[in-house]
Ligand binder design. Structure first.
Ligand code: PEP
Length: 247
């Protein structure tokens, strides 16, 4: 069986009650390709609002989660709290958290494990900086990020990998289809060797980084690109066109 196309929308720290309602309304009233799995990740404050109003069949993700079950961790949200609120996915390892909040590979892996153990699906983000790409270290960096997870997680069936080159996030500089496909194929090869041939075959690998309604169709045709993680464009009506990129 082929891999189901997956499109995630990461709103980051954008929006307010009105705009979140508007985006949800836009998604609810659109004709969406039924073969595409769609997950949106609003800011934590609006997770419940989105879940309450979003139509069935579209899931909601947290942008972040903590790796401890409960306790004195001011400002953090647990896996159990997300689950109780009907939130079924979380992002982990987004580059903005890795770079700005200084989350290292081990912490990202620990959060990924906690989320999976608690029954959430995980959109696990990885990607290199421009400096690392120019030094020829892209695959090394990305696989090191993934290895930290593979060291403590054996079952990858609820992980979706998002390859997001940092230099392409929010910059308007999208990776070429060849650049993206090359890294996606390398990730699949890595999965085959380091996790299992089954995981390599089944794991969705999304591309993220300035995806919009114009560039998504070509990217989506690549054999190892199984969908997108969309930032800026997920806040716009064109998000629907990205969901329908390959229909
Ligand atoms: C993201 O934040 O995951 C992302 C890909 O952002 P953008 O689409 O805005 O580059």
């Amino acid at each position: 069986m082929g891999r189901q196309f997956f499109v995630g929308g990461n709103f980051k720290m954008n929006g307010n009650i009105k705009t979140i309602r508007d985006i949800v309304h836009n998604i609810n009233s659109a004709k969406l390709d039924p073969n595409v799995e769609v997950v949106i990740a609003p800011p934590a404050l609006y997770l419940l609002l989105a879940r309450e109003h979003l139509r069935k069949g579209i899931e909601v993700a947290a942008q972040n989660v903590f790796d401890k079950p409960d306790g004195a961790f001011t400002g953090e949200i647990s896996v159990k709290q997300l689950k109780e609120s009907g939130i079924t996915w979380t992002l982990t390892g987004h580059s903005e958290r890795r770079v700005i909040l200084q989350e290292d590979d081990a912490f990202v892996a620990s959060k990924t494990k906690a989320a999976l153990d608690g029954g959430l699906g995980v959109i696990l983000c990885c990607g290199e900086s421009l400096e690392q790409r120019e030094a020829g270290k892209t695959i090394e960096v990305v696989t090191a990020q993934l290895k930290a997870v593979a060291d403590i997680v054996k079952d990858w069936s609820k992980i979706v990998i998002a390859y997001e080159p940092i230099w392409a996030i929010g910059t308007g500089k999208v990776a070429t289809t060849a650049q993206a496909q090359e890294v996606h194929a390398a990730i699949r090869e890595w999965l085959k060797k380091e996790v299992s041939p089954e995981a390599a075959e089944a794991t969705r690998i999304l591309y993220g980084g300035s995806v919009n309604e114009k560039n998504c169709t070509e990217l989506g045709k690549q054999p190892d690109i199984d969908g997108f993680l969309v930032g800026g464009a997920s806040l716009k009506p064109a998000f629907v066109d990205i969901i329908n990129a390959n229909s």
